[in-house]
Design a protein around this ligand. Structure first.
Ligand SMILES: *Cc1c(COP(=O)(O)O)cnc(C)c1O
Length: 361
């Protein structure tokens, strides 16, 4: 009988997302550089807010997230009525696919794009469409060539994960203006805060009705474990997404910690500066060992090896030394390793180990 109980088409095509690993058997003192986490953790104000909410856990949370949306609006200069908050930006991506794409519709993303776009498209019953990048950089012409009358959503992360590369505002505007009329462009700004002076695409959203931006507290805010993200978009899209959002999708703890975090921009600025300094240091150290990286604008670098075999051997060597980085074969980059920019000691340790690995060969 159970063969008659079947999921919706597309669901069984989903390959399970694998998070970055955090353990190596037999090694106690591991350095985890596999999930693009902030090595300094959350800021003090976020931690204080977390403790405060312990006393009100018997209360249901607020359903409209007004206080957090106003705080985000003030900090970023955005209309709070055009903001929606979710369980990580993953949930916002899920809402977008659920609301705008179904069987027969296409969801477009790039060759080395974030895996959640494919997963959410398949979960909604839509057809994922992948277009090529140009040397690990988003290619606007390839995206436009890949669009059809069935394209409903176009996802690009800018900067992208796992490449770290980004395209400029003019290219984004050109893309938005040339998309077919039924397609919504989604700019995933998970790493936007790492780029000095970049608004994550907010100004492009503000001036158009076919562009949406997602953001997260998981990266620079050091709150990946809390699960909170947000989106900013045209009013008509926010209105649609709010209809499918569960009223209690976010706990009081998530809401209050995120609000304290977003109001603490001094902490964000400190993390941004430290990341930029160490990212440059790490990329130069790897280059000296004969391992090139593209110029990354995010909190990781993509280290390129000769081939998949060398990347695998280096990963195994790092692991045996207690360092966990990310293999990116599932992103069509089997010859690369994605390395999160950790604190100074971790950066030195991973660079030193890769030097040893290269020296032995
Ligand atoms: C890490 C990441 C996110 C964040 O996901 P959350 O659900 O907010 O933790 C979104 N997009 C990309 C490209 C990422 O790398």
């Amino acid at each position: 009988m159970s063969d008659m109980i079947r999921p919706q088409p597309g669901i069984l095509d989903i390959a399970l997302y694998e998070g970055g690993q955090s353990h190596v058997d037999g090694v106690a003192d591991v350095v985890k550089l596999s999930s693009n986490e902030n090595p300094f953790g959350p800021g003090d104000r976020a931690i204080e807010a977390f403790r405060r909410t312990a006393h009100t856990l018997h209360r249901y949370p607020n359903t409209d997230h007004g206080s957090l949306r106003r705080a985000i609006g003030e900090v970023h200069g955005l209309d709070p009525d055009r903001i929606i908050c979710g369980v990580g930006s993953d949930e916002i991506i899920t809402f977008l696919c659920q609301a705008y794409a179904g069987p027969g519709d296409e969801v477009l993303f790039t060759e080395h794009g974030f895996l959640m776009y494919r997963i959410s498209a398949l979960a909604a019953g839509a057809t994922p469409v992948e277009v090529s990048e140009s040397e690990r950089v988003t290619d606007v012409d390839a995206i436009l060539a890949g669009c059809s009358e069935r394209t409903r959503l176009v996802f690009i992360a800018n900067p992208n994960n796992p490449t770290g590369t980004m395209i400029g505002g003019n290219e984004i505007a050109r893309l938005a203006d040339a998309l077919p009329p039924q397609a919504l462009l989604v700019l995933d700004g998970a790493y936007a805060e790492y780029v000095e002076g970049y608004d994550g695409g907010a100004s492009v959203v503000g001036s158009r009705s076919n562009v949406f931006m997602t953001r997260t507290f998981s990266k620079i805010y050091g709150l990946g474990g809390l699960r909170i993200g947000w989106g900013y978009g045209p009013r008509h899209v926010i209105d649609v997404l709010n209809r499918i959002r569960g009223p209690f999708n976010l706990s009081t703890t998530q809401l209050e910690v995120a609000e304290a975090a977003v109001r603490d921009q001094d902490y964000v600025a400190k993390c941004r500066a430290e990341n930029a300094r160490l990212r440059i240091w790490l990329a130069e150290a790897l280059a000296e060992h004969g391992v090139p990286c593209d110029i990354s604008m995010a909190n990781f670098v993509l280290a390129r090896f000769h081939d998949a075999g060398e990347a695998e051997a280096c990963d195994a060597f790092l692991r045996s030394n207690g360092i966990i980085v990310r293999r990116v074969g599932s992103y069509k980059l089997p010859h690369c390793l994605r390395i999160t920019v950790g604190d100074e000691a971790s950066c030195r340790r991973v660079a030193h180990c890769i030097g040893q690995f290269k020296g032995r060969r």
